[in-house]
Write a protein that binds this ligand. Sequence first.
Ligand code: HEC
Length: 377
Amino acid sequence: MAKKLYSLTAIFTTPNEIIKAAKAVQEAGYSKYDVHTPYPLHGMDDAMELKETKLGFVTLAAGIMGATGMISFASWVASVDYPQVIGGKPYWSWPAFVPVTYEIAVLMAVLLTVAALIVFFFKFPNVSHPLHDTPYMKKVSADKFGVSIQAEDPKFNEKVVGDLLKNLGGEVSPVYYSEEFLDFKPQLFEPKFILLLAGIAVVSAGGGYATWNKLLYLPPFDWMMEQPKSKPQSHSEFYADGFAMRPPVEGSIARGFIPYPYKGKPDEAAKYLVNPLLPTKEVLALGKKKYLTFCSPCHGNFGSGDSRLQGQFPNPPTLHSDKVRIWSNGSIYHVITDGQNVMPSYQYQITREERWAVVHYIRTLERALNAKESDLQ
Ligand code: HEC
């Protein structure tokens, strides 16, 4: 593989020498060069005629972004999303946002400055540099001073530059690009690397969860967690009936619920109740479903009283009797709601609407068994 020259470097032993060298290189008109010293040297900026860094603008922009972002977020939360009167102040009470806005501005400025350094100046995801790990770098990061003039410089000529540096008293050596650097391909999106990241995430999250929530879990206080209380559906020694759950107080009514007004009054139910539903396809389907679930065990699938209960419960009469056929819808509704003799009430199993759907379905069964000539056309 052909070596590619990155720069010519020269090592100097004293601060004065390097400042002199930097000045000479700058005056010779080179622009792509850099100076490396183990500690900051006074006068170096002037010698190199360095302009102010542009990094400050990144920091400023990041800070402004953080501050406006935080102000808007706090304003939105406090006055739109979750408006609360605190201490009698208006919802949008800006002095309260000052500390957090300041904090976020500083935080964003700092984090984004570091990110910008890495991404723009360091050309992330490349994390290497041709000068890294060279004898030159080892010396200038210990006790020597160095200047490195890049081959990219428009005025670069290996011989001229070498002579210049030698004349200045430096110990000159070339630095070549390493193979890895020239072949560099970002490996961030390699499946193996992504898998590794996912693995680390799972292990650290799982480990953290197990440690803090299970192994080392200390309840902050336990008198609510460990309170003596009765759980739903459990036994109670306290109440005479042995149930932990208490029935509602006699006469209590659910909000928005009007109790059935014809309890024990089948004649009034027959007279005043009207089916509020139309016998649409959906209503009949609902009625059929509820009928088959709740009524068919005793009344049979088609209502003819052929119970499936093998005599364990008195067989009901057929629903196709003349009596039931001339009943009003309200009467059937009343039997479902209030029960009749041995037949229990189904008002807690079947909602009102479903009961009316069942009534429609029974009407359909009745009509199906006694279809007239006209029904068939
Ligand atoms: C546990 C069995 C059983 C179930 C379930 C049952 N019934 Fe009954 N049903 C009976 C018995 C028994 C009678 C007769 C009661 C009597 O002696 O008056 C009856 C009577 C009736 C009557 C009056 C019939 C008449 O001629 O007086 C109607 C209407 C009726 N049931 C509808 C229904 C509907 C609708 C359902 C489903 C929501 C249902 N039943 C669920 C057992 C049951």
